[in-house]
Design a protein around this ligand. Structure first.
Ligand SMILES: O=C[C@H](O)COP(=O)(O)O
Length: 249
């Protein structure tokens, strides 16, 4: 059985007080579920979030990290810094990091390697842009992103990889991939992994969908056989919406 996950990527939102208030509300309202529930607040509030959730089943992830051990990388955060405050899951390759901060597949491969070397879990994001889908290149683009950043890994490492397929045209736009489009791509991703690593890795890897998942569309998207949960942006910023999405898994 694959692990089901609902993760909230808070992006650059929420002050410390707001973070604590949202976590308090989420802890109180969180429904009983077998799925893992993860929140990813901004770096400055990660330590407070881990302390706040110490006895909670809600887990904390970072939104990014640098691949280097330490050194002259102004503004960056290392794996050891995250591990030191009890954060062992990190989102890598979000499309905003790729588009706004120039992160390439090769650069991301280094981050993935560091995460694996440090025994962390990576939630690896990828997905095509609107122009790729319009041109019918979406499968090719997604396959290349996967291969370039992840296919150098050994099969064992895949136990600590979570994939998050996020079509860029659906992020924060209110336009979501249809459940059928999500399923079609997730099945393609699983097939591509199967070809390289075999059925066991392919069947066990958790593949999340991300892009305008809301309380009113989550159930239908999550009902698809190859969709194992979601990476939620905007709707994870309100406890009631996020809780509804957790209930949908
Ligand atoms: O990481 C989350 C994704 O970027 C989705 O964001 P969204 O739910 O606001 O579209």
């Amino acid at each position: 059985m694959r692990t089901k996950i609902v993760a909230g990527n808070w992006k650059m939102n929420k002050t410390l007080k707001e973070t604590e208030a949202l976590l308090t509300e989420l802890s109180a309202k969180r429904p009983d579920t077998d799925a893992e529930v993860i929140v990813a607040p901004t770096f400055v509030n990660l330590d407070a979030a881990t302390r706040h959730l110490e006895s909670s089943v809600i887990q904390v992830a970072a939104q990014n990290m640098h691949h280097a051990e330490n050194g002259a990388y102004t503004g960056e955060i290392s794996a050891d810094m995250l591990l030191d405050i009890g954060v062992d899951t990190v989102i890598l390759g979000h499309s905003e990091r790729r588009a706004l901060f120039g992160e390439t597949d090769d650069f991301l491969a280094k981050k993935v390697d560091t995460a694996m070397a440090k025994n962390m879990r990576a939630i690896f994001c990828f997905g095509e842009e609107l122009q790729d889908r319009r041109a019918g290149n979406h499968f090719k683009v997604v396959e290349a992103q996967l291969k370039n950043a992840l296919f150098h890994l050994g099969a064992d490492a895949w136990q600590r990889i979570v994939l998050a397929y996020e079509p860029v045209w659906a992020i924060g736009t209110g336009e979501t991939a249809s459940p059928e489009q999500a399923q079609e791509m997730h099945a393609f991703i699983r097939k591509t992994i199967n070809e390289k690593y075999g059925a066991s890795v392919a069947q066990n890897v958790t593949i999340l969908y991300g892009g305008s998942v809301k309380p009113n569309n989550a159930k239908e998207i999550f009902s698809k056989p190859d969709v194992d949960g979601g990476l939620i942006g905007g709707a994870s910023l309100k406890a009631d919406d996020f809780v509804e999405i957790i209930k949908a898994i």
